[in-house]
Design a binder for this molecule. Structure first.
Ligand code: ADP
Length: 405
């Protein structure tokens, strides 16, 4: 049995095809620039015992339906999916599940409507995610589709963590609250951390730091999300590639007044022109580290603000949890950037957090411990794998539903 994972964005669809017993990736790739004059299809695949192969095709892809057609045709041509009947499930990443979805959910008409309704909360993401679901259901009505939500893992937060101190009717009528995102990743690395610690996940207290272009921190108490840094939208919290994270909301009134900025301009400013990009002109952390090493003060400041914000959340979540078994770094920056990890944990020895600088700086890849032997709190680097998590959850949801859709 095979499981296909689709991550549909507004102009791209990323995919991975898993073989569902050993969970090997047998094909992966993306179609991009959907709707533009020149699109692109990229594939990597491997038939059993064969070499890894890659392919790329420049071609116009007018719609998501064409995109998925290309993916299936490519998988067939590569010999990794002879028949759609081999597909046990299609797992779809869906960004916003609101308060309705607490777990991966088999898609039916009511679920489609609910995801559509949630689009007001995630206008850039949910409609694109839904496109992928609608096309997959239309093209392969016999294959169960499962929606896996970025918000679901955080639905266990207590109301003291998810409510904002604003008038109650804004929550009850307009659903304004903290939802949190990256839930699939926090959950996945949390479970892997528990396995590395030799503990049951539901006995683990963890601080998980997903540091990629988007970044968020989560406090996991007894295996459940009890607080997370992203809020009603993915704008709140840590410093990100182009997003500001936490700021004083009154800055918005001031900018609207002083610069005459309207709502779309403010949205663009804080979501796409801020964060690392706003601080130093680039949002790629590798380039920022190179510039800082060459003496660029703006790059140095961007790194400093990023690390200080991470440290602040480590402290806050430590206080909320009371006891921390491990801190987990993941995402492109969390997995690869020893300097950010070192600066985020510096000076926390009295909290029982002490890095082994040799292990932190090592070029090792994969799951590893970077704390010193005498560190009370383990510090771990765990590469995230959201696609694998989605594939497993999709298959589990189908099995739980009795295998039918
Ligand atoms: P996304 O949120 O888009 O999935 P990723 O998790 O791939 O993002 O993370 C992207 C970030 O990771 C970029 O800022 C990139 O510069 C950074 N990154 C990737 N590799 C390294 C590295 N070796 N050292 C420092 N930063 C890295």
């Amino acid at each position: 049995m095979k499981v296909l994972v689709l991550n549909s964005g507004s102009s791209s669809i990323k995919f991975q095809l898993f073989e569902g017993t050993g969970w090997q990736v047998i094909a992966s790739g993306a179609v991009s620039r959907i709707g533009e004059a020149e699109g692109e299809v990229e594939y990597t695949w491997q038939v059993p015992d064969g070499p890894m192969q890659t392919g790329r095709q420049g071609i116009a892809i007018p719609s998501h339906q064409d995109g998925i057609d290309h993916i299936i045709a490519g998988l067939r041509a590569a010999g990794v999916l002879a028949d759609l009947a081999e597909l046990a499930a299609i797992g779809h990443r869906v960004v916003h599940g609101g308060e309705r979805f607490h777990r991966p959910t088999l898609v039916d008409d009511a679920v489609v409507e609910a995801i559509r309704e949630m689009s007001a909360l995630a206008p850039l993401h949910n409609p694109a995610n839904l496109d992928g679901i609608l096309v997959a259901r239309r093209l392969f009505p016999q294959v169960p589709s499962v929606a896996v939500f970025d918000t679901a893992f955080h639905q266990t937060m207590p109301r003291t963590a998810y409510r904002y101190a604003i008038p109650e009717y804004l929550y009850t009528r307009y659903r304004v609250r903290r939802y949190g995102f990256h839930g699939t990743s926090h959950h996945y690395v949390g479970e892997r951390a528990a396995a590395l610690l030799g503990l049951a996940f539901d006995q683990c207290n963890l601080i998980t730091l997903h540091l990629g272009n988007g970044a968020s921190a989560t406090a996991i108490g007894a295996g459940r999300s009890i607080d997370t840094s992203m809020g009603m939208t993915p704008l709140e919290g840590l410093v990100m590639g182009t997003r500001c994270g936490d700021i004083d909301p009154a800055i918005l009134f001031y900018l609207a007044d002083q610069l005459g900025l309207n709502e779309p301009a403010l949205d663009d400013l804080l979501n796409r022109q801020s964060g690392l990009l706003g601080l130093c002109g680039v949002n790629d952390m590798r380039e920022i580290q190179r510039r800082a090493a060459d003496g660029d003060d703006a790059a140095e400041l961007a790194i400093g603000i990023t690390a200080q914000r991470i440290k602040k959340y480590i402290g806050a979540y430590y206080a909320e949890l009371g006891r921390v078994d491990a801190i987990v770094f993941t995402g492109g920056i969390g997995e690869n950037d020893a300097n950010i990890r070192r600066r985020s944990c510096a000076g926390l020895e009295n909290l029982g957090i002490r890095l082994d600088e040799g292990a932190n700086q090592s070029s090792a890849r994969g799951e590893r411990t970077i704390s010193a032997a005498d560190s009370r709190v383990r510090v771990l680097v765990i590469p995230t794998n959201e696609e694998l998590a989605i594939a497993r959850q999709a298959l589990a949801a189908v099995a739980a539903a009795g295998g039918d859709s």
